[in-house]
Ligand binder design. Structure first.
Ligand code: ATP
Ligand code: MG
Length: 207
């Protein structure tokens, strides 16, 4: 399951666990993006996103986190990541790329969608507001390689969580407790303007 995970939230975790169960997967590997070329600005440091993903997945023995993208310098392409993951696993391993239905749309803009579809099948989780069937019919080679997965709709997005954290609204119960704690401790998503200007040092400016 690839994602920016800025931050990881319960929508991601519900989708991952449901995919594991519905498709009888041995393992779900979370792959935080390195330097995402689709979202080049304003993304939190890879190490913070990696740590939050580790914290969120630690309690599930079937979940693992891969550094394959964050340890790669420069923009990463899904097709290259899938090739690397394939090299790390036995030849007969079936790879499924778990995404939200909205992310399937990005297949259309990914480099070499036919190559991506050759490396892995897709599990597309229903996400409110996206018509997956229409998308699949528009992507050559997608029929039969993209599987629909019904999941309980959770209207949670990282964008909303960042905005909530920025204005001091609660994020508890949208993300695992450990992730909320990490966000507060490291003051992620706090706008710089919200920081109090430091008091001038005593004696400064008295001349
Ligand atoms: P952002 O708002 O920054 O785009 P996001 O919440 O969409 O973040 P991503 O890291 O972009 O999270 O998503 C990783 C993957 O998880 C994508 O395939 C996305 O479609 C899927 N996903 C995200 N939120 C949900 C959700 N609530 N339910 C199901 N799938 C989700
Ligand atoms: Mg997204």
């Amino acid at each position: 399951m690839g994602g920016t995970f800025d931050p990881i939230h319960h929508g991601h975790l519900v989708a991952a666990e449901e995919a594991r169960w519905q498709f009888d997967l041995d393992k779900v590997v979370f792959v935080p993006t390195g330097q995402p070329w689709q979202k080049p600005v304003g993304v939190s440091p890879a190490e913070d996103r990696y740590q939050m993903t580790l914290i969120a997945t630690a309690s599930n023995p079937a979940f693992a986190v891969s550094r394959v993208e964050i340890d790669h310098q420069g923009p990463t392409y899904t097709v290259d990541t899938l090739r690397r993951l394939r090299r790390q696993h036995p030849g007969d391993t079936r790879l499924y790329f778990i995404t939200g239905a909205d992310a399937v749309l990005q297949i259309l803009t990914w480099k070499q969608p036919d190559q991506v579809l050759a490396q892995a099948e897709f599990i597309a989780a229903t996400r409110p507001g996206f018509d997956l069937d229409r998308l699949v019919s528009q992507v050559p080679g997608a029929a039969g390689r993209v599987h629909r997965m019904e999941i309980p709709a959770l209207a949670i997005s990282s964008t909303d969580i960042r905005a909530r954290a920025a204005r001091g609204a609660p994020i508890q119960y949208l993300v695992p407790d450990g992730v909320a704690h990490y966000i507060h401790k490291h003051a992620l998503y706090r706008p710089p303007a919200a920081a109090e200007p430091p008091d001038p040092p005593a004696g400064h400016g008295t001349q």
